[in-house]
Each structure stands twice: as C-alpha cells, then as structure tokens.
Design a protein around this ligand. Structure first.
Ligand code: DGL
Length: 259
C-alpha cells in the first residue's frame, strides 16, 4: 500500500503520475485540508503535522510513504526519516535530479512556499550536485489558496496576474528550467507555461512519483485508492475531479489530531 500525503490537493500531482505508472497499485491519500497552508508554519508545527500525517497513513496500511509536499520534504523530512522503519520519500531529490538533467544554460529557478524557499533545501541539493549552477528562488505562497479554491483554469485572470508577478524574476534571470517545488503548483502549470514558454517546468510531484514507482517495482494489488481529508471533503472532491480528468474521489473526513 502506497501512502501519499500533502496539506491538501497538491499531492494529487504525485498520485496522478503514480496511478498511471502503477495501475494495479493500492493507494491511501491524506490531504490535511483543515490545516492548509503548511508553507507558513514553523518547523515545530510542521514536525507535529507530518508525524500525524505519517501515523495516519501507517494506521491505514501504508508500507511506503511519499511526502508529496515540498514544504514537509524541505523542512522536516530528513529529521523524521530516522523515526520510522518504512521508506519515507520526499520531492526534493527527484526534482533536483530532473532539473539538472534538463538545464542547458545552468540557470535553474525554484518556486515553492515561504517555508520551502527559506529552508534553502532545493538550492543546497542543486549546489551539492553541481556547484556551478546558478539558482533563483522565489516564494509563491498565494498559489496555494488559489489552487485550493479552484482557481486553476488556464483562462483564470486572477491566477495569471499573480503568476506574472511572481515569475518576473525568473524571466529576468533567464532560467531555462524551473522547479515547481510546491506540489500545488503543477495544477496551474498551463498558466505558468504560458508565462515562461521557453522554460522546462519540473513537476515535483510527478518526479517524486517516478522514484516511488521505481522503489516499489511492479505492484499487483487491487488497483484501489482511498482519499481522506481533515475538513469537509466537498471542495477537495470538486477540484480533484477537475484535476484528475473526471475521476471521482469521494474523500472521507477524519480527525487527524487523534494520530
Ligand atoms: N503542497 C505543499 C508543498 O508542496 C504545501 C503547500 C502549503 O500548504 O502551503 O509545499
């Protein structure tokens, strides 16, 4: 059973890819919609949230867990790995490897939540693997509530306006590759691609999903997927349906504070 968690809808970018790669895999997904956004939380709070998210997935049979959240992956995942016996995979390593493989001009951009960008995790990893790379990082926190509230259409003027503003430094820096370091961001990748048409966009959720699929090998389960959230599922179900191309999700609400 593959467990996936995020603060909300963002982890669906990883689920979508995993579901394609492992159609017979079994998945349990948790979106912490009652406590989103994670990107403005302290390290202490993120530790507590991530432990509860992991404990919930363990209680529901997960034997490998993908932290499909750039914030958790950047800020607390390394510290948590020693607490758990099962494989805990984040989104940083896979995205960095994909970005280094894609760049031709050695100029890479990173966008993520405030916590992710302040942590410097992507930048550190990029420089560790390739010291001469130039990295431009920009925090884009407003994308998270826009996505959670369904402002995801390519023609959405509000999201486009915000994106123009956030991505201006990427244009100025001439990055040829941009890591979408928050898993919510690939949900609006049409808009981001319109603004940076020459730039390769790295989807951190799907890059990490490929790593998980490799680690799991061929799965021979029932092809099941169950979804859980920590607040009313109405909004999650509606946006998930659009993003997943019509797949009905029917998330159940749980009390994450019990875990
Ligand atoms: N999707 C998450 C991330 O990748 C969290 C966004 C948030 O809750 O602020 O960072």
């Amino acid at each position: 059973m593959i467990g996936i968690f995020d603060s909300g809808l963002g982890g669906l970018t990883a689920y979508k890819e995993l579901h394609t790669l492992l159609p017979r895999g079994d998945f349990v997904y948790f979106g912490d919609t009652g406590r989103v956004p994670y990107g403005s939380r302290s390290r202490e709070l993120l530790m507590r949230y991530a432990r509860q998210d992991i404990n919930f997935l363990l209680a529901n049979g997960a034997d490998v867990i993908l932290a499909a959240c750039g914030t958790v992956s950047s800020v607390v995942l390394d510290a948590l790995k020693s607490e758990y016996a099962l494989p805990l995979i984040g989104v940083v390593d896979a995205s960095v490897e994909a970005a280094l493989a894609a760049t031709k001009n050695q100029k890479i951009g990173v966008i993520g939540t405030g916590a992710t960008v302040s942590s410097g995790a992507f930048e550190r990893k990029l420089h560790a693997l390739c010291p001469e790379i130039s990295v431009t990082s920009v925090a884009c926190p407003l994308f998270v509530p826009l996505v959670e509230n369904g402002y995801i259409g390519r023609d959405c003027a509000v999201t486009r306006q915000v994106a123009e503003d956030y991505l201006a430094p990427m244009k100025a820096a001439g990055v040829d590759t941009l890591i979408l370091g928050c898993t919510h961001f690939p949900i609006i990748s049409d808009i981001l691609a319109d603004i940076l048409p020459e730039t390769v966009l790295i989807n951190s959720g799907s890059a990490a999903a490929k790593k998980v699929a490799e680690a799991c090998g061929a799965q021979s389960g029932a092809g099941s997927a169950s979804f859980f959230v920590s607040d009313s599922p109405v909004n999650f179900d509606a946006v998930a349906r659009v993003f997943l191309g019509g797949e009905t999700v029917k998330a159940k609400q749980i009390d994450i504070e019990k875990y």
